[in-house]
Design a protein around this ligand. Structure first.
Ligand SMILES: C[S@@+](CC[C@H](N)C(=O)[O-])C[C@H]1O[C@@H](n2cnc3c(N)ncnc32)[C@H](O)[C@@H]1O
Length: 266
């Protein structure tokens, strides 16, 4: 892919809400990188988006960190730039549709009659599964993925309580929960076996990435020992323990005994 800074054919003035992916600049979509290279104004959540992500931006692009800003600070900047015919990129970590606080931004932009578009990104759970070499949906074992968090300053609705989601024993990817890890561990252990391996994934895709696999019963102790507070996600999945058991849990899709539409029987 070649990206020419300053050349933005076919990119109309608008706010592009771009998923930056987990941190590794190579994990942004081609569309996201193309928009970033064309942007006149880039607003980025600096607490979660590493600055290397901005390497393809035009040198003259205005770059504003948003960790210490409110929507009321950011909105007028976006509106003014788009009305002046410029391209604005609002960069969010991972995929903007997950814990991105984009809902209120999009409502406010729509109200101000500012065109906007959301560009998906790779979420932390996908990057973590890739690093672990892990399929989260292993036939005969687990076929659902739950993306959730524990209640903190943002309350989780009662019907989505972690303990009740854990009862499904699905592949559960836990965001935003390191500060309340003891509580999370206790709720998970109500349903998953305490010895089941889980993954603790810190800053996946960042230069200081660390990933540990420990029994569920050590999830809180490890988090506290390593002082993990932010940018940590947990993968709790029966698929982790089943790694290396492909013979027993093989998918039918590529099995020689399974015929389907694209691979008829002899
Ligand atoms: C505000 S949420 C945003 C999630 C993001 N939109 C996504 O799709 O990954 C931030 C939380 O996502 C998780 N997270 C985001 N990036 C991560 C990364 N690179 N490594 C590990 N966890 C990450 C952590 O749980 C972090 O506290």
């Amino acid at each position: 892919m070649s990206i020419s800074p300053g050349i933005s054919p076919g990119i109309s003035p608008a706010v592009y809400i771009v998923g930056a992916g987990p941190g590794d600049p190579d994990l942004m979509t081609v569309k996201g990188a193309r928009l970033l290279a064309a942007a006149d104004l880039i607003l980025y959540a600096d607490s979660l988006v590493p600055s290397q992500i901005l390497q393809t931006a035009k040198p003259e692009a205005q770059k504003i960190r948003t960790a210490n800003k409110t929507l009321e600070d950011i909105l007028p900047l976006m509106v003014e730039q788009v009305r002046a015919g410029r391209v604005v990129v609002r960069l969010h970590d991972g995929d903007p549709c997950l814990y991105g606080a984009v809902h209120e931004q999009m409502d406010a932009l729509a109200e101000a009659e500012i065109p906007f578009e959301m560009i998906p990104g790779i979420s932390a759970y996908q990057a973590a599964a890739a690093k672990l070499g892990l399929e989260l949906t292993v036939p005969g074992l687990v076929q659902s993925i739950i993306l959730t968090r524990i209640s903190g300053r943002t309350q989780v609705p009662e019907a989505e309580e972690l303990a009740s989601l854990a009862a499904h024993e699905a592949s559960l990817c836990l965001y935003l929960s390191a500060r309340h890890v003891e509580q999370a561990q206790a709720k998970l252990m109500a349903h998953y076996p305490p010895e089941m391996p889980i993954a603790v994934c810190f800053r996946v895709g960042w230069p200081d990435e660390k990933i540990w696999q420990v029994p569920l019963k050590q999830m809180a102790a490890l988090t506290q020992r390593e002082n993990l507070i932010r940018t940590t996600m947990y993968i709790i999945s029966p698929a982790l323990a089943a790694k290396g058991e492909a013979g027993k849990l093989r998918s039918r899709l590529y099995s020689p005994t399974h015929n389907h539409l694209f691979r008829g029987g002899a």
